[in-house]
Ligand binder design. Structure first.
Ligand code: MG
Length: 296
């Protein structure tokens, strides 16, 4: 099952996506502005989805929004979770930190207001703030059943489904402040979508994650090509680690880290510029594609 959130005729709606990905069925919810959250809650509780709210719509008649346009709290994110990516940033972002798979994952967060839709523009804040905008293609886990102190062996019972996020990062700001939060949390820095694919349809532990840049006026280049079976800390380990004395709640989002090939990993680095487009595709989910546009 796939859960989506969209605007049609000026109205926010949520619902399901047909198997062929071409049609949407709007469902009756109280707060469509929260995206698919009520559907996630219903599925988690083992309830039936709400009844239809109008006729089915062709996908290309709507503007897709992020499936969770305003997560209820910060998104949890994991740093340095693919070995090749750990290596490419070993002397920059990860300088001075313990070895990649030594002990514990790096965990940070992005504020909920960073989230934008799968085809919305990312705004570049300008050189006053940052000159080093980078992309990170990532599989994100959506938590269903809440829990605390969840053991690895039961962690997958808490996974409702998956979506795609671009963990957009201002590298200079990320490094400057010791904590990564500011460099990760600027407005529009979390494109998400195109929908949530439920865990009965996809095993996020075994899927391919790819990212392409199309530079303004240039041709498309594959930059990232990873596989979630190569995660340093796998999804059950991340859930076990995060939930140690912290209650994970329905609708929490966990971005699982990015494969090698980020712009900062090149020599010289290849930052995103005005007019560039970044596309992420995850097998079994679909794709998101966002243009980077200079503010003001
Ligand atoms: Mg990331």
């Amino acid at each position: 099952m796939r859960l989506a959130s969209w605007i049609w005729g000026g109205r926010a709606q949520v619902g399901t996506v047909s198997v062929d990905g071409r049609e949407l069925t709007p469902l009756r919810v109280a707060h469509p502005e929260l995206g698919a959250l009520e559907l996630v809650q219903a599925l988690t509780a083992g309830e039936a989805l709400p009844p239809p709210d109008g006729a089915r719509l062709p996908l290309d008649a709507v503007r897709l929004c992020a499936p969770l346009p305003r997560p209820q709290r910060n998104l949890f994110c994991v740093g340095r979770n693919y070995r090749a990516h750990a290596k490419e940033l070993a002397t920059t972002v990860f300088a001075g930190t313990p070895a990649a798979d030594d002990g514990w994952p790096i965990v940070f967060s992005k504020v909920p207001q960073t989230v934008i839709g799968p085809h919305d523009d990312v705004r570049l804040p300008g050189s006053r703030v940052t000159e080093q905008i980078d992309y990170e293609s990532e599989l994100a886990v959506i938590i269903g059943k809440p829990g605390r102190d969840i053991p690895k062996s039961r962690a997958m019972d808490h996974v409702l489904g998956y979506t795609i996020v671009n963990d957009v990062t201002a590298r200079d700001v990320q490094v400057r402040h010791q904590q990564w939060h500011l460099g990760k949390s600027m407005d529009t820095f979390c494109p998400m979508g195109p929908w949530i694919v439920a865990a009965d349809e996809l095993d996020g532990r075994n899927t391919r994650v790819r990212g392409w840049v199309t530079p303004a006026g240039g041709s498309t280049e594959l930059r990232q090509d990873g596989h979630t079976r190569d995660l340093v800390f796998d999804i059950p380990t991340l859930i076990e680690t995060l939930s140690r004395s912290l209650t994970l709640v329905t609708g929490d989002v966990i971005a699982t880290g990015t494969p090698a090939g980020v712009g900062m990993g090149f020599s010289p680095p290849r930052w995103l510029r005005h007019g560039d487009v970044f596309r992420i595709e995850i097998d079994g989910i679909g794709a998101i594609e966002n243009r980077f546009v200079q503010e003001g």
